[in-house]
Design a protein around this ligand. Sequence first.
Ligand code: 5AD
Ligand code: SF4
Length: 440
Amino acid sequence: MNNRAFYLETFGCQMNVVDSERIVDLLGHIGYHQVDEPAQAGLILLNTCAVRDKAVRKAYGHLGRFKPLKDRDPTLILGMGGCIAQQEGKQLLEEFPYLDLVFGTHNVHRLPELVQQVAEQRVRCEETDFLDRETRLQLFPARSGQDAFTRFVTVMQGCDNFCSYCVVPLVRGREISRPSAEILAEIRELALQGVREVTLIGQNVNSYGTKEAGELSFAALLEEVNAIDGIDRIRFTTSHPKDLSDALIECFGRLEKLCKHLHLPVQCGSNDILRAMNRGYTRERYLAIVKRLHEVCPEIRLSSDIIVGFPGESEVDFAATMSLLEEVRYAEIYSFIYSPRRGTGAAEIVDATPAEVKQERFDRMLALQQEISRQTWEADVATVQDVLVEGESKMGAGQLFGRSTWNRIVNFSGPAELSGTLAQVKIVRAYRNSLLGELV
Ligand code: 5AD
Ligand code: SF4
């Protein structure tokens, strides 16, 4: 009898988080259970991210750490899935002789069979073929059995945008929307199970349904979700600015369950660089969208992704990003130094900017944004906010945590029975990663 304990590490975005939930489910069906200690596991899986070189190196680093376990116990099965697996495929088996199993982003459903094959026949295997539309439609991740008050629901997968820096279209495949009837049925079911908040996820949810005849638009889908009893809050991510329709903007004024927070990655503030990135909008168009969002919903807070040091970025281009940050005043940003990705358009562009210059720009930008973020959070102090209570916090008995509409973690004391409800909490202190409050 094999050791049926598995250890799973997840890197990267929400798509991987959802795929990992599915992995837990699927392995459960063949008698495996999850453990927190790799040393106890008979199966170790890494669900990887390829979006930047740093993430790739981290995954390889972790894989290397498991090699001694494999040396000690040759029956241990080591597997890699996700975006690196998709991009590298068989090559990984050649490079890492102690790796047993490689599965791609379209092949998660095959994991039980692949694991059994490896375990029973002591073979190494790789499966990274992209699937056709029909098969993918049938395989959208379904609910897993975890109980939580907040859940991700996948509405679409893949991406057809080909931003010139981005590997996602290469490793996740073409864009595909899940039928709205199926999404709504899942959310109704989740509501019955006690889920109070859903985050609709996809690489670019704004283009949901636009490529399927007769499908709802994303704005119409949100409206339907808003009507589901039991669901108190709706979020969604990620949004591409070029596909943010007026109807969708208006949802922020109209749908009372839609949280007043939008992640709207701008990437940079210079029109020349935006063009080179193939983003499909200008700085002016983006700022017009931001203005419209504030008109429709004055309390809305935005967050963004920024790439510094895209090939050809001049000091003038960078200054345009800085001024955009000052103009928009994001509540927070996720910022990255450009990382060339094999197979993408930008990887072909000559990049003359020295790494030190990029790092220096990055640090300047971070300093500016940290001050803007700090001011946003300070503004929360003394306000009373609706907090969806997610449960008891690690800080001890009687300590609860939840999130504000702006997606900030709020810690406060209160009875555990408040879990799963919207509590009114007065904010008393603002920290970098959380707020401290008192139950009203
Ligand atoms: N280099 C740096 N950042 C990148 N991102 C995507 N590809 C790259 C890259 N090659 C960032 C973008 C995207 C976020 C998820 O990751 O900002 O919005
Ligand atoms: Fe990548 Fe652009 Fe698609 Fe986002 S929209 S996943 S950045 S190609």
